[in-house]
Design a protein around this ligand. Structure first.
Ligand SMILES: Cc1cn([C@H]2C[C@H](O)[C@@H](COP(=O)(O)OP(=O)(O)OP(=O)(O)O)O2)c(=O)[nH]c1=O
Length: 209
């Protein structure tokens, strides 16, 4: 029984979650950085719903890695990828590119409830690729201007979807969560282990001596 998998992600959070569960994360590109995986086009297509977008992006991240495994003739193991979006209605809040954009995001989030969706894809080939979506609702307290400025002045928001990290300082602004905490952080544990179990990487692979 093996718990060996590939992770098509440069997100340290996703790596920590999988490693914490006991998965052995194999390198996709041994000569490059451990997290290096093919880049995915993350542009939203005209008319594409927020839900379809997050699913497609997670799928494309996995497909990029699967193609690389085939080209480089690497060992075939299940690939895990994910995409997280913070959504207001149909508007997706990306990673903020500036302090000004982050302040705009915080004004939108302040005192309201929004949706966080993380899509996970797991597979070994294009034909054998499964996906799942975890959806959570996150409520922010009403933030004062000084709270917003203080947070936007830290490094925390700038590599996070929606411009905040529930697992960091932003936890101090969040009054209520409905759904999956790990899903908001970037990889929903329940759904991911469930998908991996279809590829022989379920709980028993993590607990085998
Ligand atoms: C909302 C939220 C997002 N995030 C992170 C999770 C993801 O890493 C990131 C969303 O961006 P993604 O595009 O999903 O992922 P990524 O670019 O970090 O990594 P990769 O595409 O290589 O897998 O935001 C948190 O860490 N905490 C949070 O509370």
């Amino acid at each position: 029984m093996t718990s060996r998998i590939y992770l098509a992600s440069k997100s340290p959070r996703r790596r920590e979650i999988l490693a914490g569960l006991g998965y052995e994360i194999c390198l996709l590109a041994p000569e490059a950085s451990p997290a290096s995986a093919p880049q995915t086009d993350e542009e939203r297509r005209p008319g594409e719903s927020a839900r379809s977008y997050v699913l497609r992006t997670a799928r494309e991240k996995a497909l990029g890695a699967i193609r690389m495994i085939e080209e480089k003739k690497l060992e075939v193991l299940p690939v895990v990828s994910a995409d997280t979006t913070v959504v207001f209605g149909e508007t997706i809040l990306r990673k903020p590119q500036s302090v000004e954009e982050e302040l705009r995001f915080l004004e939108l989030l302040s005192g309201k409830t929004h949706v966080v969706r993380t899509a996970v894809a797991v597979g070994t080939t294009e034909e054998n690729l499964e996906t799942v979506i975890s959806e959570s609702r996150v409520t922010f307290c009403t933030m004062t201007d000084s709270m917003m400025k203080l947070y936007a002045g830290t490094d925390e928001p700038y590599d996070k979807a929606g411009g905040y990290a529930v697992q960091g300082l932003a936890g101090a602004f969040i009054t209520h969560i409905e759904g999956s905490y790990s899903g908001i952080v970037g990889l929903p544990v329940f759904e991911t282990v469930e998908l991996l179990s279809h590829f022989g990487r379920g709980l028993e692979s993590l607990t085998a001596p």
